[in-house]
Ligand binder design. Structure first.
Ligand code: C2E
Ligand code: MG
Ligand code: MG
Ligand code: MG
Length: 281
């Protein structure tokens, strides 16, 4: 994977599906301890409005800071955290930390409108999800309208009917719902009518090879058109090149995220960027 270049080698913490039972157990033990010892950090990536290029929000992305080893990226530990259930306490830590940070940024007068936080399928399945989210918002004093929860299609389609109630409750609380990695999960689009969704995030695999890959261009354009017709916001993930940006703008995409605008960075660096942008604006 190109994006893992330069991050050192993690022979032990491999993403490999063929990881042995012993290795998995060791990693699970290590993950559990990492939670207790506060080894996780959040990075924040700008969400940008395509009309004026303004950073209107940020997505929180978790990393594991292994002492003496460097940063480990979520693809290497989220799957196992999900499998073992450790994603529940980890996800709660992410939510609380991100909401608290957002609150300090708002209090400092930074012009942010949105904090996006990923919810794994297992987190979404929790019976008391609503109560947990409400509790974190109350505790951090972040007004609910700033929080956008990112859920994948796959998570949404598990169990069916009760998810409608769950989403309706979250909407009533005032949080926003985005479908992450849109287009990669589920083939029926009927759920877009059924669920109270605010935004579609076009998966980066459809953005990657624009303008070389014509079928990707067709798919991206179709998702944008559909979202607009359904009165949903639409964000393009993984925008790395001017040509992609031009294409997305031409097709009426609202917002985007990607290395072209900014990599995910630590909170301090994000704050410096936001302050600099405010100074210019
Ligand atoms: P995601 O939610 O779709 O997040 C976007 C991913 O794309 C991030 O990878 C981000 O760094 C990467 N990205 C952003 N712009 C570009 C670009 O221009 N080009 C390319 N090639 N990549 C770009 P990251 O941080 O490694 O996270 C990977 C996935 O791990 C996330 O995908 C999300 O599914 C999961 N994840 C991250 N943080 C959390 C979390 O706190 N909780 C849960 N449950 N999952 C998380
Ligand atoms: Mg996401
Ligand atoms: Mg995504
Ligand atoms: Mg993804």
């Amino acid at each position: 994977q190109a994006k893992d270049k330069g991050r050192g080698t993690y022979h032990f913490y491999t993403e490999s599906l063929t990881r042995s039972a012993n290795e998995r157990l060791a990693l699970e033990t290590r993950l559990r301890r990492a939670l207790e010892q506060d080894e996780f950090v959040l990075h924040y990536q700008p969400l940008v409005a395509l009309t004026d290029g303004r950073i209107f929000g940020v997505e929180a992305l978790v990393r594991w800071q292994i002492p003496g080893e460097g940063l480990l990226y979520p693809n290497h530990f989220i799957p196992l955290a999900e499998e073992t259930g450790l994603i529940v306490p980890l996800g709660e830590w992410v939510l609380r930390t991100a909401c608290a940070r957002m609150k300090t940024w708002l209090d400092a007068g930074l012009p942010l409108e949105m904090l996006a936080v990923n919810l794994s399928p297992r987190q979404f399945r929790q019976g008391d999800l609503y109560e947990r989210i409400r509790a974190v918002l109350a505790e951090t004093r972040l007004p609910s309208r700033y929080l956008e929860l990112e859920i994948t299609e796959t998570a949404l389609m598990e169990d069916g009917p009760e998810n409608e109630t769950k989403l309706a409750a979250l909407k009533a609380l005032g949080v926003r719902i985005a479908i992450d990695d849109f287009g990669t999960g589920y083939s029926s689009l009927a759920y877009l009518k059924r669920f109270p969704i605010d935004k579609l995030k076009i998966d980066q695999s459809f953005v990657r090879d624009i303008p070389q890959d014509t079928s990707n261009m067709e798919i991206a354009a179709a998702i944008i058109a559909m979202a607009r017709n359904l009165k949903l916001e639409v964000l393009a993930e993984g925008v790395e090149a001017e040509a992609q940006l031009a294409f997305l703008k031409r097709h009426g995409c609202d917002v985007a995220q990607g290395y072209l605008f900014g990599h995910p960075v630590a909170a301090d660096a994000m704050q410096a960027t936001l302050e600099a942008a405010m100074g210019k604006g």
